[in-house]
Design a protein around this ligand. Structure first.
Ligand code: GLN
Length: 496
């Protein structure tokens, strides 16, 4: 098939998963340079349509790939993702490479250091293709709130890819990267994962270092993989996870060999199905696909039982106090002084701060800053912020009670299939897209979304697995068993 720039863009290398690619490197059937060039060609041909990338780091990628060629050629690869072309959300600092966070205020910001996740990926040999589009400061669920442009859903270009990691999700979904990194504060890996039919994994809070991740809501933010299949998520998580002395919230908990866990059967696994995650108003096609997926898991030997997470109804409200409160404090650093853009003319310092912030931030970011500042202000702190923190504790306790009875919770990732660009102009309608993902962040738990079917209009549907703290292994194992037992993985969008 031919792409827009007249290049041949259909290529077995870009259709391979990361682990399949690495098998080809091992056998000598392909090299990291060939794979990287295939991806760069496909980006040239198709990204003007999909618009997943803000920055493509072509020369750097080719140099990294040729170093990886040499390691594979001499039989000394750095590990199971050596040479894998990988995209990174533009929220992670990359030394010498512009990091915009989807915002005008950081449009020309070039970090002097790499995030720990970037260091770990590169130390494992990953080839970084570029930085992907996102909702400004990761605030949003559609990638339409990027200050630069909207990203399209590879399954239907008139629809959103989800957000805020929509660029990373679309890149993997459209075969414009073998794997990608996103961040998830209230659903921003899992929801775009569901919308693009990719695997999105939000690790346990503390599992992956946040050093060099531009902060949105520090008590909720986590970095994780978006991949073509579950086995790839296992490989990437293993590389990026683990204690980091540079992030005081990163946990010193051993990182298992996730890939080795995948082959263990799921017979006897106890699955909980929370009744609050099947709500009135959700898309019946989503509900049907998820209920059928639960039957598949039962056929594989798991047991399923209904349960209740009664505080679910209050989680969204609590999140929209806690996350903006933390954001209002985190975003105070963009004042035009230390880094980022500064207005050219201002009459004094206060005028400079206010003009810089007025011009630099988009409408959604301003809304969150105002909401958060209000929630923290004297007189309202107890009524709003403190109360939201109490709700957060109740949400966590609901999950703790559930996990005394079951090993994993299964639910839809989102209440709907991908919506049209421009469809959700009312902020509340946008916020409601995250009702099934936000409680997981409030409780600090790991969550994974995997493709579980398609709507009649051929839009992907996501199945969410929620686990105990630091038990990503069980999520990966259950999701992998499901993926192997169903045909969904084989379908790809018809982009060329
Ligand atoms: N959509 C949610 C928000 O707008 C979550 C975003 C995220 O996880 N970064 O806050």
């Amino acid at each position: 098939m031919r792409g827009g720039a007249g290049l041949s863009v259909s290529n077995p290398l870009t259709e391979s998963t990361a682990h399949e690619l690495v098998e080809k490197f091992r056998s000598g059937a392909a090299t990291p340079s060939a794979a990287t060039r295939a991806y760069l060609d496909r980006i040239t041909a198709l990204d003007p349509t999909v618009r997943a990338y803000i920055t493509v780091t072509r020369e750097r990628a080719l140099a990294a790939a040729s170093a990886a060629d040499e390691r594979w050629r001499t039989g000394r690869p750095k590990g199971p993702i050596d040479g894998v072309p990988t995209a990174v959300k533009d929220v992670l600092c990359t030394k010498g490479v512009r990091t915009t966070c989807g915002s005008k205020i950081l449009e020309r910001f070039v970090p002097p250091y790499d995030a720990t996740v970037i260091e770990r990926l590169e130390a494992a040999g990953a080839v970084i293709l570029g930085k992907t589009n996102m909702d400004e400061f990761a605030m949003g669920s559609s990638t339409e709130h990027s200050a630069f442009f909207a990203t399209r859903n590879p399954w239907d270009l008139s629809r959103v890819p989800g957000g805020s990691s929509g660029g990373s999700a679309a890149a993997v979904g459209a075969d414009l990267a073998a794997a990608a990194i996103g961040s998830d504060t209230g659903g921003s890996i899992r929801q775009p994962g569901a919308f693009t039919g990719t695997v999105g994994l939000k690790p346990t809070y503390g599992r992956v270092s946040r050093y060099g991740l531009v902060a949105f809501a520090s008590s909720l933010d986590q970095v994780g993989p978006l991949t073509k299949d579950v086995a790839d998520a296992a490989l990437v998580l293993r590389v990026i996870a683990g204690h980091d002395p540079l992030d005081s919230t990163s946990a010193d908990v051993p990182v298992p060999d996730y890939a080795a866990e995948l082959s263990r059967p799921i017979a006897g696994l106890r699955i909980g199905v929370p009744k609050e995650y099947f709500v009135e108003g959700m898309d019946p096609e989503v509900e049907r696909a998820v209920r059928e997926a639960i039957e598949v898991l039962q056929r594989l030997g798991a047991t399923a039982e209904p349960l209740s997470l009664p505080t679910t109804d209050f989680a969204l409200a609590a999140y929209y106090l806690i996350a903006p409160a933390e954001a209002s404090s985190n975003l105070a650093r963009y004042d035009g002084v230390k880094y980022g853009s500064r207005v050219a003319s201002a009459k004094d310092l206060i005028d400079m701060y206010s003009k810089t912030r007025a011009q630099g931030f988009g409408a959604e970011v301003k809304r969150r800053i105002m909401l958060g500042t209000y929630a923290l202000s004297a007189g309202y702190h107890e009524a709003y912020y403190a109360k939201a923190q109490k709700v957060r504790t109740l949400v966590r306790r609901d999950f703790e009670a559930a996990f005394s009875r079951v090993d994993v919770i299964v639910a839809p990732t989102t209440p709907n299939v991908p919506f049209k660009l421009g469809e959700k102009e009312d902020p509340l309608a946008m916020y409601l897209n995250d009702i099934f993902t936000i409680p997981v962040n409030l409780a600090g738990l790991p969550g994974l979304s995997v493709r579980c079917g398609f709507s009649l209009a051929s839009l992907p549907i996501g199945l969410q697995f929620i686990g105990r703290p630091f038990d990503e292994a069980t999520l990966l194992r259950a999701a992998s068993a499901y993926e192997q037992a169903t045909p969904w993985r084989d379908r790809r969008p018809s982009l060329g």
